[in-house]
Design a protein around this ligand. Sequence first.
Ligand code: BGC
Length: 885
Amino acid sequence: MKPANLRCEFMTNPIGIDVTTPRLSWTVDSDVRGDFQVAYRILATSDGGEVLWDSEKVESSQTTHVEYGGPSLAPRARVYWRVACWDAKGVASDLDECSPAFFETGLLDESLWNAEWIGLRNAGSNDMFRPSPHLRRVFGIADPVASARLYITALGLYRVWINGQLVGDDLFTPGWTDYDVRVPYQTYDVTGHLVQGENCIGAVLGDGWYSGFVGGQRMRNRWGELPELRAQLEITLEGGENMFISTDDSWQGAFGPIVVSDLLMGEDYDARRQLGEWTTANYDDSAWSMARVLSGTNATLVGKRNEPVRKAIERVAVEMTEPVPGTYVFDLGQNMVGWARLSVTGEEGDQIRLRHAEMLNPDGTIYTENLREAACVDRYTLKGGGPETYEPSFTFHGFRYVEVTGLRGKPALECITGIVVHSDCEMTGSFECSHELINQLQRNIQWGQRGNFLEVPTDCPQRDERLGWMGDAQIFARTAAFNMDAAAFLTKWMIDVRDAQSPEGAFPNVAPKIKALGGHAGWEDALGLGAPGWGDAGVIVPWQMYLCYGDTRQLEEGFDSMLRWVNFVEQCSPGLLWTDVKGWNFGDWLSINADSPGEVLATQYFAYTTALVARIARLLGRDEAEELEDLGGRIREAFNKAYVSADGKIKGETQTIYVLALQFDLLPDELRILAFEHLIRDIESKEWHLSTGFLGVTHLLPVLSRFGRFDVAYRLLTNETYPSWLYPIRHGATTIWERWDGWTEEKGFQSPGMNSFNHYAYGSVGEWMYANVGGIDIYDERPGYEQILIKPVPGGGITSAKATYDSIKGKIECDWSLNDTGIVMKVSIPANTKATVMIPSTGPVTESGKDLSEADGVHSVVQGENVTAIEIGGGRYEFASTSTD
Ligand code: BGC
């Protein structure tokens, strides 16, 4: 047995962390079936090899979230760590063979920042003319450099170079938080960027979320008016001496080619204004002015703790058309998020305009009505004299089509390349099956996640909104955690959520919190005071993270805020019915001709969330557990009394109302089946179509399968007629649409004010597909994949499926196919885990040709009527069943 995949706070070798008791995780590899880690040892050493912490042998199977146990961490401390593990036979791996992982702390202590906030005032700057400041400083280094770190952040966005070399490949740094509360900073190891002699550091700034447009209402400057930079370069020379180069009024500044840059509006770049080699030491900056020390912020600076946004994929255009003479439309074949790289040749002063869109009008021109106030236009002015390429720095668009105008002639397809960017969370899940449209659905779900996992989980990437809407995030969280390693990303976002909680205890609807400016109080209410199913994300997301990653710290850190939320909702619930919703109640947002009464939905969520907080309280051993359980029971009683009749009908009688009552276990036993039958009748009355909006959609198929109607679940999943998941796919969708009726054959485009073609919410069906078609699921009682549930249920005409998942415990696979006699199921689970495997079979089952009773690593065989249930330990298995039918 060997340890692998060493992580600290979910990241590989993070530097600049400010978690003072970081948690360490690893996986174990073993070729032996059923192998277990019986003990581990962690050895942590300093940069100089001195032992900081030796855990000694700890008899434990734990491989995740082991708290660092060394002496308290100083700022800038580099800690190397290795693990040895003992297998089931008590044999230890060689500690020296474990290649060391490391983590490094950031500045930790605010007083260690000695840099000023600087920028450049531009007298003419207004909404339309906001040139990006360039800031530089030249400095000499007398001796060879032993090591160097750059601690850097901005109010706004920055990119930084040292001696002409870009530092890092992170985009949209420092990231997005509520900048009034905390501002993230990056730490870069820049030892290799520096030379003995003259050096230059230079940074360019953009408005970003801080002072650009975001959140609708054609509003900008939500946090401040001008971007500001704060950077501290700390250099250790070989002689041991330290040097500091910090932002202050000795820096020089100039405006350059980025004439306007805005996340929503786009970028205007004039290549004639390029500044040359301005980040190198021998550049002539005599025309530059002095940078200004600006006001900065009182917010706390925090080490970045989630993956940065990075470039992920390049897409070559697949087609170009000319719907209007001189207007060229490039099709990238995929609705995506990022920008277009322009490659062009022309004359000095030629201006090329790129407009972005997700869809085309029937005449082949681009459809931009759904962008609302977001212009999504990039402009490039040529300097002339040869081929030029351009990519914007501080904007992103949600698009599939790029309209190019201003060219001198017909361009080649290579004129436009799509650059896809997203938060660089590792892809962890894959799913495919014999049904090609369902495979496209899975691809669309993943593309929706790529497009909306950009610093925070957003609703959409194209129109003038792009906010961290919490309802969307809570319904999609479980699917998200299958597709990508969302642990660090959501851990950081939950801090944004807690930062946004109101003094009365209301979680918000969007996080980071958005300030309404200029008297838009209604908008502030809409965003600020948690709606049923939106505010509840403050409880549901950490709970899902606990299930997916076994993370209890998330629950501990969030517990008090969860309690305050429950208290807040209780205040809004006379008679324990959440009838007095303070902000907006979005209800079952975007359902199809099936309005659920707001107070019924609200009370369902109140009951569910309270029950979850009670469960969390038990888990954490908190005194409040009993009181919360009691409260949960009383809410259920009030709910039943007010809204449920003796025949199992529930007020509203929509699919969503029934689904939530069943999924959240709100009904007494005797009414469940009756309520379930009402649900089925409703689906049938719609000719076997769904009508659920955001709140119902995630739980629809799970309820159908939980109560035994896999046939109906599959029928809905494979439906190709409107409204359904596959209807948009039959009409060429490459992402998940915001609305079931975003476009229909009958009516064309609908509701342009609210019609994104890249919203992940309805993609929350992914969790059901992984669990029931793919067959990989979480066992709630032993979360974090300590115990795994392998339980594919073939149906819907699907004859084979394969799902893989890189869990926090290692790789899980389930690969099944039906044949003439039954099913063949290849299953792989990581060492040090167990799985309950349910093999659909009416006859005997073998493992690698052997009877189950003789198969190595297979335990507790129970033969049911249509299923064989077994327990296995880590390893690869091949099961085959023969049907006796
Ligand atoms: C967003 C949604 C969000 C909703 C609240 C919309 O504008 O795009 O996804 O959850 O508002 O109802």
